[in-house]
Design a protein around this ligand. Structure first.
Ligand SMILES: NC(=[NH2+])NCCC[C@H](N)C(=O)O
Length: 423
């Protein structure tokens, strides 16, 4: 068995990457939380307790859990990693041309652990000055006009949602160009992990996107080339049977679905991509907030969105650069067809309660469950109406608290990046 690869949405989860709330979440304030895509500030210690509970439930069931901060610290100790991380994070685009050199030098002076902390948690001018030369002030307008407590490098609180910055599709991984500027640097950190951490360096797997190998010798990864072509892992699901579902959403463009589909077809990794169109709206920012799998033949849906959505199947065309795109009669019909389940046998469980309760629980990630094995899912305890329905449908629901961690709008599915999962 390969060390990494994700072959379904519900097969036994064996390895997963998560991010424990840390400095980056302490940086959230009422004035920056909007731009940082959080609906409120968090009580970070409580968020940590909730996250620890989530991790404990997974470990109890045999899942090997890796933390982003640990992986990044270790990766940064590999020769070349520090330089790659710093040069991809600190550019004229992030700190202004005049400060690039001094900020890079300052980060060079940090230990691997401190560097990981600040690549995730951002760095204020005051913090940076502990590591930087005084000439930073003389040359940089950015440094001169940034107050001490303001950021020279931004915090990345959405690292909490490891689902989005990268995603595994069968035997390879995609490092995703993310839609909002406030999330784009996450992919650099995650890229450092996959490129330089010994555990990944020693493993055999493909990079679906960008098309690059391990390490600095294949360095096509350039944050500044991120244009309109965005994709986020919350929209992407390898459901098995050589099929991938991808939401075309606020965060994932049709252009990028084509790019990734073509690449997966060229590499012979999949035969069919089902693209599902979602309204571009914060509450439905990704496919996985309105639709997730609970069992081989069971899904949870937010009916208001899924009942009316359009879906298209994309298959390899007659020439390598051509794609065959056909509209499906219904999204759930296409999903059952791809799974080899008769549509009438697909168990579709809707968000619980009346219309108002459904809207509230969808907002609180009631449809965003993560399966640990077929029929066993993790869900927030606050979604009482939905959880009860899942149980009535025969699903084993493991409840965790999500009062604080949920404020960024994500549940168990968003907070996990599966690294190894059975078919
Ligand atoms: N896979 C997901 N649904 N992730 C949720 C991401 C939430 C995050 N605050 C954002 O807006 O980007």
């Amino acid at each position: 068995m390969n060390a990494f690869g994700v072959h379904s949405e519900v097969g036994r989860l064996r390895k997963v990457m998560v991010h424990r709330p840390d400095l980056s979440l302490k940086r959230l304030t009422p004035s920056n939380r909007d731009e940082l895509l959080f609906d409120d500030v968090l009580w970070v210690e409580q968020a940590q307790r909730e996250h620890d509970q989530f991790v404990a439930e997974m470990r109890k069931r045999g899942v090997e859990v890796f933390h982003v901060h640990d992986l990044l610290t270790k990766a940064l100790k590999t020769p070349g990693a520090r330089q790659w991380a710093i040069s991809h994070t600190v550019s004229p685009y992030t700190v202004g041309p005049a400060a690039v050199e001094s900020v890079q030098r300052a980060l060079e002076n940090m230990s691997a652990e401190a560097l990981a902390t600040h690549l995730i948690g951002g760095v204020t001018r005051a913090e940076l000055m502990q590591y930087a030369d005084r000439d930073l002030f003389v040359h940089s307008l950015v440094a001169s006009t940034t107050p001490d407590s303001a950021f020279i490098l931004p915090p990345l609180p959405n690292h909490l949602f490891t689902r989005d910055s990268s995603c595994w599709l069968y035997g390879g991984v995609s490092l995703n160009p993310m839609f909002w500027p406030s999330r784009q640097l996450e992919t650099v950190n995650i890229g450092v992990i996959y490129r330089f951490h010994p555990m990944f360096r020693e493993a055999k797997f493909d990079f679906w996107y960008p098309d690059a190998g391990h390490g600095e010798e294949h360095d096509e990864f350039d944050i500044q080339s991120f244009g309109r072509s965005a994709i986020e892992g919350g929209d992407v699901m390898p459901i098995g049977n050589r099929t991938v579902l991808i939401g075309v959403s606020e965060r994932t463009t049709a252009q990028m679905v084509e790019v990734l589909s073509r690449r997966l077809f060229e590499k012979g990794a999949v035969d069919r991509v089902i693209a599902v169109e979602l309204e571009k709206k914060r509450s439905y920012m990704h496919l996985d907030v309105v639709f997730t799998f609970m069992d081989r033949d069971a899904v949870t849906i937010y009916p208001k969105v899924i009942d009316t959505t359009k879906a298209f199947s994309i298959r390899p065309g007659h020439k390598p650069w051509v794609l065959d795109v056909t509209e499906e009669r219904s999204f759930l019909g296409a999903v059952s067809d791809a799974l080899g389940v008769k549509q009438k046998d697909l168990r579709v469980v809707t968000t619980g309660g009346d219309a108002a309760q459904q809207e509230r629980e969808q907002w609180d990630s009631g449809n965003n469950v993560v399966a640990l094995s077929p029929g066993v899912v993790v869900a927030y305890s606050k979604n009482v109406y939905s959880n009860q329905k899942y149980r009535e449908a025969g699903i084993d629901v493991v409840e965790i608290d999500g009062f604080e961690v949920g404020k960024g709008r994500g549940g168990g599915h968003c907070m996990t990046c599966p690294l190894l999962r059975d078919p």
